[in-house]
Design a protein around this ligand. Sequence first.
Ligand SMILES: Nc1ncnc2c1ncn2[C@@H]1O[C@H](COP(=O)(O)OP(=O)(O)OP(=O)(O)O)[C@@H](O)[C@H]1O
Length: 403
Amino acid sequence: MSCNSNPTQQFAAQTERIHRFLDQVTKKLIVMSGKGGVGKSTVAANLAVTLSQQGYQVGLLDIDVHGPSIAGLLDLNDLPLLTDREQIYPIEYSPTLRVVTIQGLLDKPDDPVICRGPAKITMIRQFLGDVDWGPLDFLIIDSPPGTGDEPLTIAQTVTGCQAVIVTTPQEIALADVRKSIQFCRKVNLPIAGIIENMSGFVCPSCGSRHDIFKSGGGEKTAAAAGLPFLGRLPIDPAIVTAGDSGKALASLHNQTQTDMQHLVDQLLQQLGNPTPTETGLLKIAIPTDNGKLGERFGHSAVFSIISAQKGQIVQQEELTPPPKPGAIPGWLAEQGCHTVIAGGLGEAARSKLAELGIKVICGAPAATPEQLALRYLRGELIAGTPAASPASPASSCQDCNHT
Ligand SMILES: Nc1ncnc2c1ncn2[C@@H]1O[C@H](COP(=O)(O)OP(=O)(O)OP(=O)(O)O)[C@@H](O)[C@H]1O
């Protein structure tokens, strides 16, 4: 943060930074719920992953100060957020999804954040003013349940934000949704739509549907309020298993995943089907030995250079690097590579690649270059540090997170 002489100037400077950073974001969505535990974070995380896998550039911000769950849902608990005096650097979940959560600033994942209203507002404004997301198609903000300081701060600070309200079908949850709708109307926060989660249970053995908490209440509430209904997700034990193990729903192949896709399609339609920002080719370099990941980066006789766009591989070439091991990072930069996926990597190579702005994922498993690139594009291999950022010291392999 900059050093201005008085709090009013500091506040104005922070507001200016918030607008500057968020002006680069096309659609801003806050995911809200009237009640706790209805699956708001699950929906927020999976909206973000699904949109990012469709080629949109997405940022996911968890402002649930007291109960942040996004890091756990996406298996980012062990990755700290890198900061310097000026900025917070998002964690790169995949080439199209960056994540910021307060969990990333805690020394221990189970540490509580103890603070009241004004401190919370300051913390959220700081998150908004200290993160330069760069150009994004979507910023998805996961807020705590209710109509307290967090959604109010977003409504008052994030120009152009729209709400997505998550509910479950029980009357007690629907009553709280009606409060959320009133809240949004009072603070001029447009509502993009309502989602009904835990809507019926589809038996995994016989496929028949059981409406444990009734269903259809979300749709009726949306209709009564004249709001779009975006769709429903069933109660699915696979959601719990996926969330507990840090996997996105997109990694599942079941009816729930299809329902999630339907929900995203409805949301996109409500938002006018925005076109994903045109991004250049992403080039991924992988040392290769006999068609699989080569163990030694510096002595690899072949590198697979994989070009990808909008989450898809568009070209794959096998190239021979210069025979001098120390020359490989510079050669990869000449090839236009952005990311290296490797097994092991020496400190000197890591530093050199970081200096050249090339991201590094090390400790990857022995698979084909194509499989590894696809896993990286899906967010299943996560860079431990934004190597190109000025805040990131060259770090060791233990910082990487692998699945
Ligand atoms: N459709 C579903 N089927 C089964 N379990 C679900 C479903 N949606 C969410 N859950 C589970 O319910 C629990 C609560 O979900 P989640 O944390 O997303 O709720 P939340 O509304 O964000 O909670 P909080 O109020 O604490 O912020 C998690 O264990 C999650 O896996």
